[in-house]
Design a protein. Structure first.
Length: 361
């Protein structure tokens, strides 16, 4: 594919998805302060890092954040320079298809010809230069090819918790490379994941996108018309009736609602580092580990331990003779679990919610 610029460069917008239930990093994260509002990697929170990475990708006043009303004040505190109208409040969580339909409707009201990038608020990406180069490539492809563009991460192993995208023909051979996407598979079993990695034609689906707003909205109207209608109505006028119609939508991921069915999907092979920090088990890659594989943050003393993760907050935490353990100590809750079951922390949160201990969730 030869990339040719349009006669007039379309305006560029970016949308940060900042919802979340606060379960993956419980008890440090809570419903009132999900993971993206935590400082897991440096001084900035993950949300602040997401906004900072977009500098140079889109103008500062073209960054929109989508969040639930309960988190609006927290978004404004952490991003005080965000224009007030750039905070899009989603009245109820109905999946990423509805979230992005609502965001696209808001962008279209400002400029129907706009290009739109979509990023998450809760990933760690340190190579900002490569990140910006990849999005510049994605914007160019979206403008020239009318493709919906997703980002693929070269897999470092056969992960079963990620979605995968199958690469087809090359569209751009220079790095960052671009391919036609020919198949999506969500969270394969271990055997299938090993086969995908060995084939070298599959990438992890990063959940970030770029497209012409009008192309995405047309695909949404064709593939998920109820979602498109409800989002458009809510963007035009935020009324109780519009909110109720939005709340009645079936929750759908954008990959299922649109990407798996659209005829023109492109994949930018990411050249930046990426960590979705999906659970406490991901923290050794962020905080580092000692020779025994132990990872710690705060005042922690580990003796005869291996592959153990400790987060200590406000007091000394000591661990003796543990292996493959997660210990998280906060001001009001202590979590101890096997490292292999860190993804199951959400079960604890589910057990707390609705009962007399709901305040801890």
């Amino acid at each position: 594919m030869t990339i040719r610029a349009r006669r007039a460069t379309p305006p560029r917008y970016a949308v940060i998805m900042a919802g979340g239930a606060g379960t993956r990093f419980w008890p440090l994260s809570r419903a009132r302060r999900p993971k993206q509002f935590l400082s897991l990697d440096g001084r900035q929170t993950l949300l602040q890092q997401a906004a900072t990475r977009l500098r140079g990708v889109v103008p500062d006043d073209h960054v929109l954040v989508v969040a639930p009303p309960a988190l609006a004040a927290l978004v404004r505190r952490q991003l005080p320079a965000l224009p007030r109208r750039n905070l899009v409040l989603e009245p109820s969580a109905r999946g990423t298809a509805a979230c992005l339909a609502l965001a696209a409707a808001h962008v279209a009201r400002r400029d129907p010809a706009a290009l739109m990038a979509v990023v998450t608020a809760d990933h760690i990406i340190r190579d900002r230069r490569a990140f910006r180069a990849c999005f510049a490539r994605a914007f160019a492809v979206a403008a020239a090819d009318a493709s919906l563009v997703t980002f693929g991460i070269p897999p470092s192993g056969p992960e079963t918790g990620f979605g995968y995208v199958r690469l087809g023909a090359a569209l751009v051979s220079a790095r960052p490379r671009v391919f036609r996407a020919i198949r999506f598979v969500e969270k394969p079993d271990a055997r299938t994941a090993r086969r995908f990695v060995a084939a070298r034609r599959w990438l992890w689906n990063a959940g970030m996108f770029a497209w012409q707003g009008e192309v995405f909205r047309a695909a949404l109207a064709a593939q998920a018309p109820a979602v498109a209608r409800a989002a458009d109505a809510l963007a035009r006028r935020d009324t109780p009736a519009a909110r109720r119609a939005y709340a009645r939508l079936a929750p759908l991921p954008v990959d299922v609602a649109v990407m798996e069915k659209a005829p023109r999907i492109a994949v930018v092979e990411a050249t930046f580092d990426w960590n979705d920090v999906g659970s406490w088990a991901a923290m050794p890659a962020v905080w580092g580990a000692d020779a025994a594989g132990n990872t710690r943050r705060g005042d922690a003393l580990l003796i005869d331990c291996r592959n153990t993760i400790v987060h200590a907050e406000g007091r000394l935490v000591t661990v003796l003779g543990a292996e493959d353990l997660v210990v998280v100590d906060t001001s009001d809750v202590l979590l101890v679990c096997p490292r292999s079951r860190a993804q199951e922390v959400r079960r604890v949160v589910a057990a707390l919610r609705g009962g007399r201990r709901a305040r801890f969730s």
